[in-house]
Design a binder for this molecule. Structure first.
Ligand code: NAP
Ligand code: HSE
Length: 445
């Protein structure tokens, strides 16, 4: 049987997971691919470090170039993360015509176009299934499964760490910092975890999915990103009382017209919302029940209709499964001599653009802290009214007059620009204490 030598760079959570998975299912993979995948070298930073996988000492090196430039290695997996050395590694391997598998969404987000062009130039390929949603084969599904569909909307819970934190805050009333520490221990979080909790990791992934769905490579700087640091126990509680759950949602959809809320998808120059923010999701929607480290992507294609993908979004085994899927594709390409059989990214509708968040139309959950005295509610309602924003419901827990009390509004559709201006005016009212909280509501229409 043909043997393909794999060089792995990175022996941490994902690298160890890939090594272990190959030990466990290597012969199954060989029988399916008709080629035996052998781990030839593994590069790490610290040879003395204790690892989850028992990687034999002779395979280890601290010099990644010993992996990339080893003539016996035909396939390279970059699993170190970061955007500097990882970029250098991938470009060096592609230049040698070696296919590369990566799980590095931060790198793809920042340098995807350059790396895909390099793969094409050197007649090889760059595979990245593990970069989005851990074990869910969403890249393959968008690229291959939905090749005949226009993607009208895509909503994703794409960060396992944030979903794990929000779930435990909601179900157990757990403290943010303690749950984050657990997510780090479990190997879910990035280094540093700010990438997760500030929404950047989700933005990297959402940008990759948006690029595949809409055919133009999304500039990460154009993605509107808000993380989960400011989501409080109070917001979770009041959203729950109204029948909603807060999820960090990546969203990709042509922006809607405020009047009839029909997305403007008729022309190819469509403006696409590409964003990540904590979102109020109705408990009746399936995404509200995606809990813990699980991820889910809800895709609406113009031919297929609605489709849902669900699975573990982080952790060594789930991610290793996706790396092995890419290893499988790369091995088949090497076996058949196919060059760019499934190119990493094919630009196709380059006239599209990411819409500025101010033009995006949403519904809103607003929480204010106000002094309970006559006329306060009326003053706030006037500002919403003057901004042409309708109020769909109001909650105010009972309180003593003169006390500070939360005041929660559910608002009808408005552009984000108009809603933000109205809220800025409301924040200046003397009876409004502290910063108002505004979360967008998604009804998946
Ligand atoms: P990790 O646990 O921190 O592991 C990183 C590995 O890279 C470590 O083994 C480290 O060596 C090695 N390394 C770092 N710099 C190196 C260098 N210059 N030369 C050689 N080795 C080097 O990270 P991870 O969680 O496995 O993540 C790896 C990649 O997968 C990242 O791009 C991440 O975003 C992505 N990813 C992670 C997950 C997940 O659930 N963890 C899921 C999907 C994608 P030492 O061990 O000696 O320090
Ligand atoms: N830190 C990432 C997450 C790892 O929590 O989703 C998987 O990409």
């Amino acid at each position: 049987m043909q043997q393909v030598n794999l060089g792995i760079i990175g022996g941490g959570t994902v690298g160890s997971g890939v090594y272990e998975a190959l030990q466990r299912n290597g012969s199954l993979l060989a029988s399916r691919l008709g080629a035996d995948v052998k781990v030839h070298r593994v590069a790490v930073r610290d040879l003395k470090k204790k690892r989850a996988a028992a990687i034999p000492r002779p395979l280890l090196t601290t010099d990644w170039s010993e992996v990339v430039f080893d003539p016996q290695i035909q396939l390279v997996a970059e699993l170190i993360g970061g955007t500097t050395t990882a970029r250098e590694i991938i470009l060096a391997a592609l230049k040698l015509g070696k296919p590369v598998v990566t799980a590095n969404k931060a790198l793809l987000s920042a340098h995807g176009e350059e790396l895909f062009a390099a793969a094409q130039k050197h007649g090889t390929n760059l595979y990245y299934e593990a970069s989005v949603c851990g074990g869910i084969p969403i890249i393959k599904s968008l690229r291959e499964g939905f090749v005949g569909n226009r993607i009208n909307a895509l909503y994703g819970i794409v960060n396992g760490t944030c979903n794990y934190i929000l779930t435990r805050m909601k179900l157990e009333g757990a403290d943010f910092a303690a749950v984050l520490a657990d997510a780090q221990k479990l190997g879910y979080a990035e280094t540093p975890p700010d990438l997760d909790i500030d929404g950047h990791d989700a933005a990297h992934k959402t940008g990759i999915l948006a690029s595949l769905a809409h055919g133009f490579w999304v500039n990460p700087k154009k993605i509107h990103v808000e993380g989960i640091r400011h989501v409080s126990a109070l917001d979770i509680k009041y959203a729950g009382e109204l029948g909603y759950t807060i999820k960090l949602l990546g969203m990709v959809k042509p922006i809607a017209d405020l009047k009839n809320r029909k997305p403007q998808i008729a022309n190819r120059k469509c403006q696409v919302q590409v964003s990540v923010y904590p979102t109020i999701v109705p408990n009746t929607h399936v995404l509200a029940s995606v809990n813990g480290v699980f991820n889910a992507v809800f895709v609406r294609g113009d031919i297929v209709g609605d489709a849902l993908f669900y699975g573990r979004g982080a952790g060594k085994d789930a991610t290793a499964s996706s790396v092995l899927s890419d290893v499988g594709d790369a091995v088949l390409d090497l076996k058949t001599g196919a060059k760019n059989r499934l190119p990493a990214f094919v630009p196709h509708e380059c006239a599209g653009a990411v819409a500025p968040i101010g033009e995006v139309v949403s519904q809103y959950f607003v929480r204010l802290n106000v002094v309970d005295k006559p006329g306060v509610l009326a003053k706030i309602a006037v500002i919403f009214g003057q901004s042409n924003i309708g109020i769909s419901s109001v909650i105010q827990p009972e309180s003593e007059e003169g006390e500070s009390v939360p005041l929660i509004f559910m608002l009808h559709y408005a552009t984000n620009g108009v809603a933000a201006k109205a809220l800025a005016k409301i924040a200046k009212l003397p009876a409004v204490k502290g910063q108002p909280v505004m979360l967008r509501v998604e009804n998946f229409e």
